[in-house]
Design a protein around this ligand. Structure first.
Ligand code: 5GP
Ligand code: 5GP
Length: 198
């Protein structure tokens, strides 16, 4: 059901490894990927979270307003928060941002402009060791350590890097350690395989 917007405990800053998201897919954006997407994980969403491990969703009926992402700037949005399922010239290129705003952003209690701007302003690049591991493997614990706070890697098929969840203070958006009971540990083994674009 609907929850009260703005009442939550922390943010989960979800980032997505595009070479994995693109794996075996013929999405338009996967054909000529931005080189940045093979250096770092990109934005999936900024998700309000409760410390009991649950989260609110779809808190208000406020529709996505493209003025909010226009204010951030399309060059930045396309680079840092891409929707590879669409070609940037498609009229529904906004659909990933629409989904994230509707499901998660409406629970943040902040304006759409602030929601997208805060997410981009507090973007967390993956550590250099990830870039060096593309097409190879990376030690899970070393990767977590390199982020500087405890993050939660998520894997597909038990080993393929898919997402990294980063926990953030709800007020300052400073990184804080993710606690396993709050954010699910994502099915990665001790050695994580990092796909390259095909
Ligand atoms: P999956 O189960 O595929 O990992 O996640 C499906 C969707 O559930 C995500 O896209 C996200 O919207 C939501 N979700 C999964 N885990 C979390 C979480 O720890 N916190 C929040 N806020 N949403 C989550
Ligand atoms: P969630 O509900 O978990 O926030 O988001 C899940 C939805 O977002 C699914 O439709 C999933 O396919 C999509 N999604 C997750 N990661 C990405 C991504 O990196 N790019 C795009 N375009 N969609 C994504």
């Amino acid at each position: 059901g609907k929850r009260t917007s703005g009442s939550f405990d922390l943010y989960v800053f979800a980032t997505s490894w595009q070479p994995e998201f693109c794996h075996s897919q013929s999405f338009p954006g996967c054909k000529e990927p931005n080189s940045y997407w093979s250096e770092t994980l990109t934005m999936h969403g900024l998700w309000p979270q409760y410390t009991n491990g649950t989260w609110p969703s779809d808190c208000t009926s406020e529709h996505f307003d493209e003025a909010a992402t226009d204010a951030v700037g399309m060059d930045t949005m396309n680079k840092v928060w891409p929707n590879v399922k669409q070609d940037p010239s498609d009229k529904d290129y906004d659909q990933f941002w629409t989904h994230e705003w509707t499901k998660h952003g409406t629970c943040s209690g902040i304006s759409q402009k602030d929601y997208f701007q805060y997410a981009v302003d507090h973007f967390v690049e993956a550590p250099a060791m990830l870039k060096e591991a593309v097409g190879k493997t990376v030690d899970r614990d070393a990767l977590i350590k390199a982020y500087g706070t405890v993050v939660a890697p998520i894997c597909q098929g038990g080993k393929w890097l898919s997402e990294v969840l980063i926990c953030k203070d709800k007020k300052t958006l400073e990184n804080v350690d993710c606690v396993a009971s709050v954010v699910k540990e994502g099915n990665c083994g001790a050695s994580i395989s990092v796909r390259a674009f095909e």
